[in-house]
Design a binder for this molecule. Structure first.
Ligand SMILES: [Zn+2]
Length: 263
């Protein structure tokens, strides 16, 4: 039996899952309770990609963020906070984010004739409205898979954190998920050295000088579609999976106030 009550799960085939922060597969190790009474949610764990991602959400942080878990039993709650737990390695608590040069973003804002999402939007909303929406969110085109969409994550200061590359069916507007996921990241495709990924809200650049209310949605495409129907709706990605880490990330930014109702 381990001397630590809470520790990272020992490796066995299939035990590593997709990281909730960087989205890479088979690199995320979850924390487990040696005594088996606490079952941590899937985002409590550590990513193998320490430099490029650096995600590490410990049981101690989880208990602090979720005091209700401790309140359920005051006696054991106190012992939970002071229980020894093992963090495999020390990781920097504050990683300076890397940025993608704007020249890459600008260059991608073209070749819309091979961008399946652009084609679908033109069919549904018309070319003028599609140009407006794509310009607003700066959606680019990647040559990957013969033409796919890039959803650039541009922060409130106009700096590009990364871009999510996704392939769509131009007829239905749905993502193509067979025979593979057809999802990639711009920083991976560009093979940028020592890249420190720190994601931001998708559409965060639209929040600058704006006091409009904000709605959070799960996917980038939904954010863009909803912006057609309502000018005040901006998006966020993967709300459920990364809510805790991302709220922390934003607490110190101007966007933090917009998330307070979510906590
Ligand atoms: Zn990761």
């Amino acid at each position: 039996m381990s001397e630590y009550r809470f520790h990272l799960q020992k490796y066995r085939p299939g035990s590593k899952t997709t990281c909730p922060n960087c989205g890479k597969s088979r690199c995320f190790v979850k924390y487990i309770d040696e005594q088996g009474s606490i079952s941590f949610p899937g985002n409590v764990g550590k990513c193998d990609h320490e430099n490029s991602c650096g995600y590490h959400y410990t049981p101690k942080e989880y208990f602090k963020d979720n005091p209700v878990v401790l309140e359920m039993d005051e006696e054991s709650g106190k012992s939970l906070l002071s229980a020894p737990y093992k963090t495999a390695d020390k990781t920097p608590s504050c990683i300076v984010p890397s940025y993608i040069p704007s020249s890459y973003v600008l260059r991608s804002l073209s070749h819309y004739s091979i961008n399946p999402l652009y084609q679908y939007f033109c069919h549904v909303f018309g070319e003028d409205e599609t140009d407006r929406l794509f310009g607003m969110y700066r959606i680019g085109t990647s040559l990957k898979w013969g033409g796919s969409a890039i959803f650039w994550q541009i922060d409130i200061n106009g700096q590009t954190r990364t871009g999510k590359v996704m392939y769509y069916n131009a007829e239905t507007g749905h993502r193509v998920k067979e025979p593979q996921a057809f999802v990639s990241w711009a920083h991976s495709e560009l093979k940028l050295q020592d890249f420190h990924l720190k994601q931001c809200l998708y559409g965060e650049h639209l929040l600058k000088n704006s006091s409009s209310p904000v709605m959070l949605v799960e996917s980038e495409k939904t954010a863009v579609v909803m912006s057609h129907f309502s000018p005040i709706i901006y998006g966020w990605q993967q709300v459920e999976r990364t809510v805790v880490s991302t709220v922390k990330l934003c607490r110190f930014s101007k966007a933090g106030r917009l998330l307070s109702s979510l906590i």
